[in-house]
Design a protein around this ligand. Structure first.
Ligand code: SF4
Ligand code: SF4
Length: 298
């Protein structure tokens, strides 16, 4: 996969055709099909931020409890970007939400990857316009008999049928963030641990983000009016979207959140020496790595 692409992941075998909304797939899935639930017994489900908000709301627990009890961490790329997957049984990849022969126990709030299956979403940067574009691909796995069914359906209609359009729309700024990170790559060395912590909290742990949002530290830096505070304190989805904006601002300098006058300068004067020292260390580490690579090459 070339850089600049982002997939809502599935395991191979991926059919290497890039599909658009008007393309047709031949597939059907229904209760009673011979392979019913087979996919949930081979679960490898990467979660998006909106998936977590939906599931933790359904279960009536905090995002922290959800992460602890229902997910496992993984690295999304070669640069330690944290991702999380749905937890399965320890001995076999059976999804913990599978409710025996009844099927998915959280069906109305199932994750985006489950809705798309047997398709996958691929968000890409258009090389000319630099805008993000969505494409799709199909996955054919031997356990899934849905491909043998006669029904033809366009990708657009399948997305509508599976009610995945809202998920895509709400997650879109998060996908953009990951695309940006992948296409830019780290300038020198890896992004700092603090950027990963911010990424993890804003992406997956909305309740912890709310604590940070209400903290004195946050309020002294960002100028948020009372109405916005009230809204974000009661609405997880709005807070999640705000978290995406904050990440775009902090990690990529796309400023959409007002800052308190002078807060940036004050923060930089406090953190300036720390950032300079860190940069110095990163440059030294990069030089050292170059020297080692050169030594190995010679
Ligand atoms: S969340 Fe539901 S649909 Fe998705 S793998 Fe688990 S049981 Fe299957
Ligand atoms: S047809 Fe495919 S998606 Fe549907 S239950 Fe069977 S294995 Fe799962």
């Amino acid at each position: 996969m070339s850089s600049g692409e982002f997939d809502v992941p599935y395991k191979s075998p991926v059919v290497p055709n890039k599909l658009g909304n008007d393309d047709k797939i031949k597939f059907n899935c229904y209760k009673g099909i011979s392979c019913f639930n087979a996919c949930c017994k081979q679960a490898d489900i990467t979660l998006t931020p909106y998936d977590i908000v939906r599931l933790k709301t359904r279960l009536g627990i905090t995002s922290g409890e959800f992460i602890k009890n229902h997910t496992v961490p993984f690295e999304m790329d070669g640069h330690s970007t944290p991702g999380i997957k749905l937890r399965t049984e320890d001995e076999q990849p059976v999804c913990l939400f599978l409710d025996g022969d009844n099927g998915c126990g959280v069906y109305e709030d199932r994750p985006s990857a489950c809705r798309y299956y047997p398709m996958g979403l691929m968000s890409m940067l258009n090389a000319q316009t630099r805008n993000d574009e969505q494409h799709y691909f199909i996955v054919e796995e031997s356990h899934c008999n849905g491909h043998k069914e006669d029904r033809e359906i366009t990708v657009a209609d399948y997305r509508k049928e599976q009610k995945v359009e809202d998920y895509d729309e709400l997650n879109r700024d998060w996908y953009r963030l990951i695309l940006k990170k992948r296409s830019g790559g780290p300038a020198i060395g890896k992004p700092s641990p603090m950027s990963f912590q911010l990424f993890f909290m804003c992406s997956y742990d909305v309740d912890r983000f709310r604590e940070f949002f209400n903290s004195k530290n946050f309020r002294t830096v960002y100028a948020i009016d009372d109405e916005t505070y009230a809204l974000l304190n009661k609405d997880d989805v709005e807070l999640m979207k705000f978290g995406f904006r904050l990440m775009h601002q902090v990690l990529f300098g796309e400023n959409t959140i007002d800052m308190v006058d002078g807060a940036y300068e004050e923060r930089m004067s406090e953190r300036g020496p720390i950032l300079a020292a860190r940069r110095e260390m990163e440059i030294e580490a990069a030089k050292e790595k170059d020297a080692i690579d050169k030594y190995i090459d010679d």
